[in-house]
Design a protein around this ligand. Structure first.
Ligand code: GLN
Length: 537
């Protein structure tokens, strides 16, 4: 294609209305027309990346192949577009200012007053265009996080406003996603908040080209014409994005209304028929699956399900392939720890148990108790990252007989540090971006369950951890029956399993990050298969 086309997505009224999924869906509609697509998420907060934020506030930290700790929307983009993105696809205020201030200290701006316009806005545009150049994508989606009117978002909106002039009208498109609330007393769809957010956008100098109205039910005609009128747009530029049963339906709902064709026209692209057959088929399988499989999700941030978003999606992908309907039952590890919840109940109420990733001592003993119950009941079990490390602790204590064995993350003075800090982590002063991060190749051991699941001698999965299985204890663990099924090229334990168990797998990396709608992650598929084979519900 002659020139990169940019689609900028802004949000209005409220955040968390599904702007990320809408962005990913637009990307899919263009990809289905044969274009190469990439997507950038802009997060206007001052953190350099999402790695230092509590998942309670921000949801999951999504790890990219190249080790970026990014916003969970990158997970949506990767899953919808079936591409691997780079950490460069997540731009934050922290990164932008860090770069500008470093440049100022080097003397690159000598003699100048360094200002938001042009220095900060230039850096924002440079970063967006760098992704465009490095990926060579035909279409670059840029989602600006937060809502129009947020103070932190202003430099980014100014930058994209400038990009319209610099890239040209035909090469840029502004999509505004905004909530249309319903008044519970009358059931009426209220468009005033959208009108205000469009006004705010125009005050900044951006006239939206497309409005996507998020609402519980499909947008009524009256609401559509009202929005169009106030937004200075034809009614066919206003699209409805109602609540759907599964998020993967959103692209289909938008395509049905002609969004893809509208974008083609507006960007001067030839009309093409999108190939969405495989996607439709996937959505149908998700919706039709009826055989329930109950999965215990044991973790510490269970009140905000977004903390484990990629794991939930990985389960959905595996379930769709197997034609089962996953029922996720959430258990707070601290409840088990404090005796408020019996770990045997967690096992009895479910067909499989997942112990989720996590950090720190709180809740760890609860997770260990759940692991023990799953192991002793021969219940299919998958431990991810911290969940795997605690499975090793549990085995060391209760099978090998190493009293008070622990991870030094939980008990720095344990007599048996079966999980210990990575050598490379000692003496680290900066906590941001310093874990073992990103994809590393793993050698799988032939004859193991994990090898069979992946069907491959070498796989690459993504990591995010500081601790690992202590190699000094491997002999003891292995002679008691624990099997190491995967090691990194520098000899670190990556996967463990118990051959005497129906399905007991621990994964140091996070396989959930690479699971895709039509290509489920092998450990998740394996867990669900085992749960089904064990009788299901
Ligand atoms: N807290 C553990 C570590 O740092 C596990 C991290 C995780 O589960 N992502 O190694």
């Amino acid at each position: 294609m002659a020139r990169t086309k940019y689609i900028f997505v802004t949000g209005g009224v409220l955040s968390s209305v599904g702007k990320g999924i809408t962005t990913a869906s637009i990307g899919l509609l263009m990809k289905a027309r044969g274009y190469t697509v990439t997507a950038i998420k802009i997060d206007p907060y001052i953190n350099v990346d999402a790695g230092t934020m509590n998942p309670y506030m921000h949801g999951e930290v999504f790890v990219t192949e190249d080790g970026g700790e990014t916003d969970l929307d990158l997970g949506h983009y990767e899953r919808f577009l079936n591409v691997n993105l780079s950490k460069k696809n997540n731009i934050t205020t922290g990164q932008v200012y860090l770069a500008v201030i470093e440049r100022e200290r080097r003397g690159d701006y000598l003699g100048q007053t360094v200002q938001v316009i042009p220095h900060v806005t230039n850096e924002i545009k440079r970063r967006i265009r760098e992704v465009a150049e490095e990926t060579g994508a035909d279409i670059v989606l840029v989602e600006v996080g937060g809502t129009v009117g947020d103070i932190e978002g202003l430099p980014f909106l100014e930058a994209i406003r400038q990009m319209r002039i610099e890239e040209g009208f035909e090469n840029t498109l502004f999509v505004h996603v905004a909530l249309v609330p319903v008044l519970s007393t009358t059931g009426e769809q209220k468009t005033k908040p959208v009108q205000h957010s469009v006004q705010e956008l125009r005050r900044i100098g951006i006239q939206p080209d497309v409005i996507i109205a998020r609402s519980v039910r499909p947008l009524e005609e009256e609401a559509r014409s009202k929005i169009a009128l106030y937004a200075n747009l034809p009614p066919e530029a206003v699209f409805s994005n109602p609540d759907v049963e599964v998020i993967y339906e959103v692209p289909l709902v938008l395509e049905e209304q002609g969004l893809g064709a509208y974008i083609e026209r507006r960007l001067g692209l030839e009309p093409r028929k999108p190939d969405l057959d495989a996607w439709r088929d996937f959505v149908r399988r998700v919706k039709e699956a009826s055989k329930p499989v109950r999965i215990a999700m044991v973790g510490k941030y269970t009140k905000l399900k977004d903390s484990y978003l990629s794991i939930i999606e990985a389960i959905r992908h595996a379930a769709a392939e197997l034609g089962v309907k996953p029922i996720l039952n959430w258990y707070e590890a601290t409840d088990i720890e404090r005796g408020r919840l019996d770990p045997s109940r967690v096992v009895e109420e479910n067909d499989a148990v997942i112990v989720l990733p996590g950090f720190g001592a709180r809740g760890a003993e609860g997770k260990i108790a759940a692991i023990r119950a799953a192991r002793e009941a021969n219940k299919p079990f998958l431990g991810i990252c911290f969940g795997m490390q605690l499975a090793v602790v549990e085995f060391a204590r209760n099978v090998v007989g190493l009293e008070d064995a622990n991870s030094t993350e939980i008990d720095p003075h344990t007599p048996h540090p079966v999980v210990d800090l990575l050598e490379s982590q000692r003496g680290i002063k900066y906590l941001g971006g310093t874990m073992r991060l990103g994809a590393y190749p793993i050698k799988l051991v032939r004859g193991t369950l994990v090898h069979r699941l992946y069907g491959s001698d070498v796989v690459a999965e993504r990591h995010r951890h500081r601790y690992e299985v202590n190699p000094r204890y491997l002999d003891k663990l292995e002679s008691a029956g624990l099997r190491v099924s995967g090691v990194s090229f520098d000899g670190r334990v990556e996967f463990i399993e118990l051959p005497d168990h129906r399905f007991f797998v621990g994964s140091q990396p996070h396989p959930e990050f690479k699971s895709r709608p039509m290509n489920p992650s092998p450990p998740f598929r394996g867990l669900l298969e085992a749960a089904l084979a064990a009788g299901g519900s």
